[in-house]
Design a protein around this ligand. Structure first.
Ligand SMILES: [Zn+2]
Length: 283
């Protein structure tokens, strides 16, 4: 057993946790995710990611109490035996070690909002690696516009990037129209955590890409359903969801549906009524 000093990302309370050598054996590449339940360090619960030198690389606060149910879609070929081309895997551990869980969450959210992303970073050797990673996971689905800049250049050219979501480390530097609400990122965080905590590089990347493909497919299906409606017919998101579930033989819970509705509004720019409104319309 190894004692590890942990400090809570919410309240800074410090305490020790035990990590077994056994669990670290497999962390040759990537990170070991350790869940800290409430009342171990303090009243909060959070996740830490440890590298194979027992260094805590990242903290992550999950803002949900339960495991989120992400619908499983057979038709998408969610197979783990697909081999990802080596060029996407060679540097994947660098992504896991250098792109923080929060940054990855914010970038995913920006992609779902169809916003351009700018990362302030001095580590230029990572630029292409990060770019290729996001290209791979958004291939054939979401539009991607991501670039990197040094701190000094950003200071000089700030005005040019007014409509970009700008991030530095784990911090949001420019939040366009306050579209990112850090307290409402449950699905994004869940996806990121599953990616970071899966120590098999191939399957972690594959599952991540499947998750994003699925989000695109579902939100696009909602858009198609709306477009096929009679012009006079009022959009009812619950009705649409029901037929979506039947077509794809899945169960879509309200949290996930709300997340999809957000994408329909922001990414596809279609104004749809909320689940709540749709529920009342059905009464
Ligand atoms: Zn705390």
């Amino acid at each position: 057993m190894t004692n590890l000093l942990v400090s809570c990302p919410s309240c800074s309370e410090k305490g020790y946790i035990d990590v077994s050598e056994e669990s670290l054996k497999d962390v040759k590449r990537g990170l070991l995710a350790v869940n800290i339940p409430p009342n171990v360090i303090c009243s909060h619960s959070f996740i830490i990611y440890i590298d194979n030198n027992l260094v805590i690389r990242d903290y992550f606060i999950a803002d949900y109490q339960f495991q989120i149910e992400i619908p499983v879609l057979d038709t998408l070929g969610e197979k783990k035996d697909v081999i990802v081309p080596e060029k996407y895997l060679v540097n994947l551990n660098l992504i896991k070690l250098n792109v923080s869980a929060n940054l990855m969450t914010y970038i995913l959210k920006s992609i779902f909002l169809k916003k351009k992303v700018l990362i302030i970073s001095e580590e230029t050797f990572l630029n292409n690696i990060i770019l290729n990673f996001f290209k791979y996971i958004t291939q054939d689905n979401f539009y991607l516009d991501i670039s990197m800049i040094s701190n000094e250049n950003y200071k000089q050219e700030k005005k040019k990037y007014k409509d970009y979501m700008v991030f530095e480390g784990s911090t949001i530097i420019n939040n366009v129209k306050k579209l990112i609400n850090p307290k409402k990122l449950a699905i994004e965080k869940d996806i990121v955590h599953r990616f970071l905590s899966d120590m098999d590089l191939n399957s972690s990347l594959l599952v991540l890409r499947n998750d994003i493909n699925k989000i695109y497919l579902f939100s696009k299906s909602i858009v198609d359903a709306i477009n096929s409606l009679d012009k006079k017919e009022k959009i009812n998101i619950l009705k649409i969801n029901k037929s979506l579930e039947e077509t794809h033989n899945v169960k879509i819970n309200n949290l996930y549906l709300e997340f999809l509705v957000d994408i329909v509004r922001n990414y596809f720019e279609i104004n749809v009524p909320s689940i709540f409104e749709s529920f009342h319309d059905l009464l």
